[in-house]
Design a protein around this ligand. Structure first.
Ligand SMILES: Nc1nc2c(c(=O)[nH]1)N[C@H]1C(S)=C(S)[C@@H](COP(=O)(O)O)O[C@H]1N2
Ligand SMILES: [Mo]
Length: 182
C-alpha cells in the first residue's frame, strides 16, 4: 500500500514537471509549412519550441518611428525551420503570412542575413551591417511571446550585437503559414 502511494506521488511529480517544463503545450496555434514541391507540414508551437533554438537581440522600429525592444529573443532560424519541408535554395523566395492577411516575402539571401536593413541608435543606416538572422520567434525575455504583441509566433530579425535596430515591417505578427516559392 505504501509502495503504491509512493509510485502515485512520483508519477504525479513527473506529470507536474512535464507541464511546467512545456509552457507551449497548451497553445493551440497550428503553423503550416509548405515546401517548394507543394507538400505541407503542420507544426504546433510546442514542436517548434523543441527544435534547436537560437537566442539573441531583438530590436525594431516601425514605419512611424516607434521603437520596440530591445528584447532578448528566442526562436528557430527560418532557414533551419524550412528544412522540415525540404529546405530553401538559391533563387527561391519565402512567403510568410498571418491570420490578418499580412504577407512578407523574404529572398534566400535575406534568410542568410544578407540584404537586410539595420540602423544604429539614431536610426542611421549602419555602415558595417550587423550579423542578422531572421527567426521565427516564440519567446521574448524568457517567456512565451504574447498574442497581444503578435505571438505566439512572430518573425524577428535577431542580431548578434546589441542596440542594432531592424525594420519592423519584417516582423510578421501571428504567423500561421510559411511557403517556399520558386
Ligand atoms: N500580421 C501582421 N504583422 C505585422 C503587421 C501587420 O499589419 N500584420 N505590420 C508590420 C509592420 S508594417 C510593422 S512596422 C510592425 C509593427 O509592429 P507592432 O504592431 O508590434 O508595433 O509589425 C509588422 N508585422
Ligand atoms: Mo510598418
Amino acid at each position: 500500500m505504501r509502495n503504491l502511494l509512493l509510485i502515485l506521488v512520483i508519477f504525479a511529480c513527473i506529470c507536474a514537471a512535464g507541464c511546467i517544463s512545456d509552457p507551449y503545450a497548451e497553445i493551440d496555434w497550428p503553423l503550416t509549412l509548405v515546401g517548394a514541391d507543394g507538400n505541407e507540414k503542420v507544426m504546433t508551437v510546442s514542436e517548434i519550441a523543441s527544435l534547436p533554438s537560437v537566442n539573441g537581440n531583438g530590436y525594431a522600429v516601425s514605419t512611424v518611428g516607434i521603437k520596440y525592444g530591445p528584447y532578448n529573443i528566442t526562436g528557430v532560424p527560418l532557414i533551419e525551420l524550412l528544412n522540415q519541408v525540404g529546405g530553401v535554395h538559391e533563387g527561391q523566395t519565402v512567403h510568410v503570412s498571418a491570420a490578418d492577411g499580412y504577407l512578407w516575402v523574404f529572398s534566400y539571401e535575406q534568410l542568410l542575413g544578407e540584404d537586410l536593413l539595420c540602423l544604429d541608435a539614431n536610426l542611421k543606416e549602419m555602415k558595417n551591417p550587423a550579423t542578422m538572422t531572421p527567426i521565427l520567434m516564440y519567446a521574448a525575455d524568457g517567456a512565451p511571446y504574447p498574442y497581444d504583441d503578435g505571438g505566439p509566433l512572430r518573425v524577428a530579425t535577431m542580431t548578434a550585437e546589441p542596440d542594432v535596430i531592424t525594420e519592423g515591417s519584417l516582423w510578421v505578427k501571428w504567423v500561421d503559414r510559411i511557403e517556399i516559392h520558386g
